[in-house]
Design a binder for this molecule. Structure first.
Ligand code: 5GP
Length: 195
């Protein structure tokens, strides 16, 4: 890891469709925080307008497995069957070497693993949706996944919701504006603790 500057790690985890990506994107627009997005590697295919090297590093399943064997990941998960996702060690190094704090949009298991590896540096935030029914509505509205994929995400959501108490903080994303303000406050306070 980078020697000169050891920044903070902000993990935002939640079931798919909870709005965590919207929250993370909002925080990234707040220059005062000096955050940079941890671009994950994934073996899933790009969706919609996603760009390689910006949203994800899209790599093949074979390449992904090679990187696991080479111990290149800080954490990785087979989030959905045959769809691997992981945080490369080099990604955190890249961001810290720029003097920035890292923000992650990753699944619950990955988020908790980062917290375990860097307990002091990490603020782990769970973004809670109003209900599983509401999640389904949001995923359907997104129109990026098939019915099957939506059902797979919903099934995982119930398991993920049970892990919320293991996180440092929970944001209830019932009203987006309020959730965004809460997220700003949490990040601001955690950075201030450094000083
Ligand atoms: P999506 O396919 O919707 O982009 O992501 C599916 C899930 O994988 C989301 O919950 C997302 O946060 C999670 N995810 C994305 N990147 C990573 C990662 O690097 N590690 C882990 N553990 N999960 C990730």
């Amino acid at each position: 890891m980078a020697k000169e500057f050891k920044g903070k790690l902000f993990v935002f985890s939640a079931p798919s469709g909870s709005g965590k990506t919207t929250i993370v994107r909002h925080l990234l627009t707040q220059e005062k925080f000096g955050l940079a997005f941890s671009i994950s590697a994934t073996s899933r295919a790009p969706r919609g307008e996603e760009i390689n090297g910006l949203d994800y590093y899209f790599i093949s399943r074979e390449e992904f497995i090679k990187k696991i064997k080479n111990d290149e990941f800080l954490e990785w998960e087979e989030v959905y069957r045959d769809n691997f996702y992981g945080t490369l060690k080099s990604e955190v190094e890249r961001i810290w070497s720029q003097g920035k704090h890292v923000i992650f949009d990753i699944d619950v298991a990955g988020g908790l693993r980062i917290k375990k590896k860097f307990p002091k540096e990490t603020l782990a935030v769970f973004v809670k949706p109003p209900s599983v029914d509401e999640l389904k509505i949001r995923l359907k509205k997104r129109k990026t996944e098939s019915e099957d994929k939506i059902n797979m995400r919903i099934a995982k959501a119930s398991v993920e919701l049970a892990t919320a108490p293991q996180f440092d903080k929970i944001i209830k994303n019932y009203e987006l504006d309020i959730a965004l303000k809460e997220a700003e406050e949490l990040v601001g306070n955690f950075i201030d603790l450094e000083k």
